[in-house]
Design a protein around this ligand. Structure first.
Ligand code: C2E
Ligand code: MG
Ligand code: MG
Ligand code: MG
Length: 282
């Protein structure tokens, strides 16, 4: 009867929950050795001009190539790295890997697009955040151009601290993008104080704007707002030509998304750049 069914359900849920705890513990312990075993990889996703599709930059997106779990997406392990503090070391690895890849493009003589790396709130909040970045920057070739993406919610968490540190990064010549914009609840007064060069509109707006007039007008407002603050606008997660056409009408500057290309390993990104230089892939 009723009671038995709900009883089973209860058992079912607790079993699932304890499985999840077990899985988390297993992930956590193997994450500790992942860095020394060189199991992290960076994939790159292009950002292109919305009008002529010129390559404007790439975003570095981390994956964990685990012998036990396969290719693990970042949302499955970044929170664990943050909880354990390992994100600080992994974040420095991401910067060094991206710098080496950029230098590799220079050495190969292919066009080297600027690389943007994502920064965790845990990294930004540390006292030594800026000096760590400055040291990383100093240890790489001068011509290497690495930018930083910080989510809107990270920037707005302890906003005074963010403003101060982003100004220091700006002074180091680092371009800053506010990522996943529209998902937090920014005060415009604070947004204007952030020395950011780029506003990235979150995918949730792009994927719904053609069906939802409210989303569309928000996208339009975000683009005008960013332009009034002399920021460039990147639309995230563009998947259809209709979305791209609308964004072009709305004067969005750049787009990123499966319509253009999915994130890809370094070698594939290099081939992608070469093919574009040869005009094989317009
Ligand atoms: P993000 O920085 O907003 O990156 C965009 C995410 O959207 C990526 O997911 C990308 O693969 C995905 N994406 C791009 N275009 C499309 C599209 O057209 N459709 C759909 N459905 N998805 C698209 P990914 O690689 O799984 O990364 C997820 C998040 O993990 C990133 O969001 C970023 O916040 C975080 N992350 C990735 N790499 C790093 C890292 O090195 N350090 C830190 N702290 N966070 C990272
Ligand atoms: Mg990003
Ligand atoms: Mg984003
Ligand atoms: Mg996002």
């Amino acid at each position: 009867g009723e009671a038995k069914i709900s009883g089973d359900r209860y058992l079912f849920y607790t079993k699932q929950m304890s499985d999840r705890v077990t899985e988390t513990l297993a992930l956590e312990s193997s994450l500790r050795t992942a860095l020394e075993r060189n199991e992290f990889v960076l994939h790159y996703q292009p950002k292109v001009d919305i009008c002529n599709r010129q390559l404007e930059g790439v975003e570095a997106l981390i994956r964990w190539n685990s012998p036990q779990f396969g290719l693990v997406p970042p949302l499955k392990f970044i929170p664990l790295l943050e909880e354990t503090g390992l994100i600080v070391e992994v974040g420095s690895w991401v910067w060094r890997r991206a710098s080496r890849d950029y230098a590799d493009w220079l050495a190969q003589g292919v066009f080297a697009p600027r690389i943007a790396v994502n920064m965790s709130v845990v990294q930004l909040r540390r006292h030594d955040f800026v000096s760590t970045i400055a040291a990383l920057q100093k240890s790489t070739e001068e011509s290497v151009e690495i930018d930083i993406e910080i989510t809107e919610s990270t920037a707005m968490d302890e906003v005074a601290d963010s403003i101060e540190k982003l100004h220091e990064l700006y002074a180091l010549g680092i371009n800053i993008a506010i990522d996943d914009f529209g998902t937090g609840y920014s005060s415009l007064a604070y947004l204007a104080k952030l020395p950011a060069h780029v506003l990235k509109i979150d995918r949730s707006f792009i994927s719904t704007m053609l069906e939802d007039p409210d989303k569309m007008s928000l996208v339009s407002t975000m683009i005008s707002l960013a332009h009034s603050m002399h920021m460039k606008v990147v639309a995230e997660g563009v998947e259809t030509q209709d979305q791209a056409n609308m964004l072009r009408l709305l004067r969005c500057d750049q787009m990123q998304g499966y319509l253009v290309a999915k994130p890809m390993p370094f070698e594939q990104m290099t081939a992608y750049i070469r093919n574009r230089e040869l005009n094989l892939d317009p």
